[in-house]
Design a protein around this ligand. Structure first.
Ligand code: PRP
Length: 184
């Protein structure tokens, strides 16, 4: 069943491990001695956040925020909603690093950076595992990028296909036949 849905594996489990290790090394170096707070953007970045956090060689805290912009569509609605937010009394002392599985239109991260900035933090930066710059609709560049990918519908490793398959250990491209069968 799963085989018929996958066109090809775009980023393998081993490649993800290599990318996450590199990002964790860079972040550990850049945030040494700072008050790093990782912000996991649910649901998509759950796998990435956990794997990255485990590889960090610096003290960090974790927060979780849940956004929603796509539903079951392939195009971002452009409107980002925060379904679950976090709060804390010490925003001014924190260096927030927002973690995303993917940057597509850029709407979600641009919105989240502004949202956290409005609370007066020490700093806010962004890190994404996957970047699709060809799909950008707003002017936004993440500070840390795992890998740039082409404009294909991908799923796995946190990214869903109609809410399923987030648990796959790799990132795969959806087969055109499957997309057509779902009317996409
Ligand atoms: C996906 C993804 C990012 C966002 C990126 O989330 O996890 O948060 O879209 O797209 P953008 O750059 O066009 O804003 P989605 O809203 O589908 O929710 P999910 O993480 O719960 O699947």
């Amino acid at each position: 069943m799963l085989k018929s849905i996958i066109k090809n594996i775009l980023v393998s489990e081993e490649e993800i491990d290599t990318i996450v290790t590199r990002l964790a090394d860079e972040i550990s170096r850049d945030y040494a001695g700072k008050n790093l707070v990782l912000v996991c953007v649910l649901k998509g970045s759950i796998m990435f956040t956990i794997d990255l956090a485990k590889k960090l060689d610096t003290v960090c805290e974790m927060e979780f925020i849940r956004t929603y912009s796509y539903g079951n569509a392939t195009e971002s609605s452009g409107e980002v909603k925060i379904l679950v937010d976090f709060d804390r009394p010490d925003f001014a002392e924190c260096d927030f690093l927002i973690l995303e599985d993917i940057v597509d239109s850029g709407n979600t991260l641009k919105y989240l950076v502004e949202h956290i900035m409005s609370k007066g933090p020490k700093s806010v930066k962004t890190c994404t595992l996957l970047d699709k710059p060809s799909r950008r609709k707003v002017d936004f560049d993440p500070d840390y990028v795992g890998t740039v990918i082409p404009d294909e519908f991908v799923f796995g490793y946190g990214l869903d296909l109609f809410e399923k398959y987030r648990d796959l250990p790799y990132v795969a491209v959806v087969s055109p036949d499957y997309l057509a069968s779902r009317g996409l």
